[in-house]
Design a protein. Structure first.
Length: 519
């Protein structure tokens, strides 16, 4: 009786905690079914109760199986449960009840059987034997199914379900032994062996109930751990520290924590875009406050099956969540700004290259052709006409030089063709004031890096820079220009260098650009 009462009470409590899951209801029904075997006792006095006992006396193992296999989500494989209900309700319940006439078959003290339609002891025996044989199939099958489910679960899920599924497998093992004991007689009875098995079944069912209670204890402990960890992190966790704390407290190492930015965009604690998706055994749950999601958690599906736990996580971690969410959103917007600035500079450089090509392939080539034409004309004239042709040719050479200088200033072709070192050396040769160039790295760098470094040197050379040095240090290119007039605004240079994630350092009359250039 104690096992049945504990199972019923546990089921009612589970159902009240989570009405959306059928597990609690099934467990409560299993506890009620435990007492069904007592209902077909001749002393019950009521035909309705007696008939109910005939119909449900053997159904308890099937309902226990349904509840255990549905733990904790409330879903169980129907294909596996169908033989159990067919064997217990149909073969051992309904069919014998239809053919059992208590008065005609020697039970004068029994109340009337309201389901009786005929008196056929042979049909009762045949149905009972069929139910027992079927029990020898479905009981070990469902026990094996529970063990396989445990073996295939993740370690975290196994810790949650093992306290329920292992006692359940033992319970069905005892049911199998009971069926085997009854097979030679062809019916379920209540001899000494059956009584011992009944006590063992009560113990296994009690362990199953304790497993359910243990899950509640673990859930409460998880909530306590979350609250304690958030208090410990109250001064502000390190970047990503809140995710690590929650993953450790909830025993889910792959747990992911993201923050909504705008639209459907989610970012991690570093502000980087992240995608969270549900998969086998995984779920995605938003933490909502004030009607809007402040964070999104990707976790194992059964981790947050208790709505109270979800609410307590949101409440207890509120301050830490807000702190990290604001930092993540700020980092994400800063990254968007940096990317936008990089795209702007890249688009400007692309336009510079296009203009340089247009000048080189268009106007410059036309002037070169015109220069050749003037040379041919000069050979055919003399006197005053020759002087005019020479003057025109001189003007044309000046215009061509100015055009070449303009094209070079827009975007030097040598930078694309020969690289940074050659481009800076060419810049030094053409500079109005002496510009000393120390040995430069001859290797090629990404185009954006070379462009940023070149225009950095060109601008400071225009301001009177006297010396240039550059070196490759691990994944950084460091370019230093000394002697330039630094009174002007360096914002444009900072924007260009910052667009490639670099920085400017001004010290001792020199300006140094530090630019990441890859490994």
């Amino acid at each position: 009786s104690l096992a049945g009462l504990a199972t019923t009470a546990s089921g009612v409590a589970a159902w009240s905690r989570r009405p959306s899951s059928r597990f609690g209801l099934l467990l409560a029904l299993a506890g009620c079914a435990w007492f069904a075997v007592e209902l077909n006792n001749p002393d019950v006095g009521s035909p309705l109760v007696f008939t109910s006992g005939l119909l449900t006396a053997a159904v308890c193992p099937a309902v226990v199986a349904h509840a255990a296999l549905a733990y904790p989500e409330g879903r169980a494989p129907r294909w596996a449960l169908a033989p159990a209900y067919a064997g217990t309700l149909l073969a051992l319940g309904l069919l014998p009840a239809l053919a059992f006439d208590p008065a005609a078959q020697g039970c004068a003290e029994c109340p009337d059987n309201l389901l009786n339609v005929t008196s056929s002891p042979s049909l009762v025996e045949a149905a009972s034997r069929a139910g027992i044989v079927l029990g020898l199939v479905w009981a070990p099958l469902l026990a094996t199914l529970a063990i396989v489910r445990l073996a295939r679960s993740s370690s975290a899920a196994r810790r949650l379900t093992a306290p329920v599924l292992l006692p359940f497998a033992a319970y069905l093992g005892l049911v199998t032994v009971d069926y085997a004991h009854a097979a030679s007689r062809g019916f379920l009875s209540n001899d000494g062996t059956d009584h011992a098995l009944w006590l063992a079944l009560a113990g296994a069912l009690g362990l199953l109930v304790l497993g359910v209670a243990w899950a509640w204890v673990r859930s409460r402990r998880s909530r306590t751990q979350v609250a304690r960890l958030v208090i410990e992190l109250g001064d502000g966790p390190a970047v990503g520290g809140l995710r690590d704390a929650l993953a450790g407290a909830l025993g889910d190492p792959p747990l992911a924590l993201a923050y909504p930015l705008e639209g459907d965009l989610l970012v991690d604690a570093e502000g980087r875009p992240i995608s969270l998706s549900e998969g086998p055994g995984r779920a995605v749950t938003p933490l909502v406050r004030g009607g809007r999601a402040v964070a999104v958690i990707a976790h194992r599906a059964e981790l947050l099956d208790d709505p109270e736990l979800l609410e307590e996580i949101g409440a207890a971690a509120g301050l830490a969540l807000d702190h990290e969410r604001l930092q993540a959103q700020a980092r994400a917007r800063l990254e968007q700004l940096r990317a936008s600035r990089a795209r702007t500079v890249e688009a400007g450089d692309a336009e510079r290259r296009r203009l340089e090509r247009d000048l080189h392939d268009g106007a410059q080539q036309r002037l070169v052709v015109l220069s050749f034409a003037l040379r041919l004309l000069r050979a055919q004239v003399d006197g005053e006409a020759a002087e005019r042709v020479d003057a025109a040719a001189e003007e044309l050479r000046g215009a061509l030089d100015e055009l070449r200088e303009l094209a070079h200033g827009i975007y030097p072709a040598v930078l694309v063709d020969e690289g940074l070192a050659t481009a800076i050396e060419s810049l030094a040769e053409a500079a109005d004031t002496p510009l000393a160039v120390e040995p430069l790295p001859e290797e090629r760098f990404p185009p954006a890096v070379e462009a940023a470094a070149y225009f950095f040197v060109a601008e400071l050379a225009r301001r009177g820079g006297a010396r240039v040095r550059a070196e490759r240090a691990d994944a950084w290119l460091r370019v230093e220009v000394g002697g330039a007039v630094l009174g002007g605004n360096l914002d444009e240079l900072e924007d260009r260098i910052g667009a490639v994630d670099g920085s400017l350092v001004v010290e001792n009359g020199s300006v140094r650009a530090e630019i990441p250039c890859g490994s």
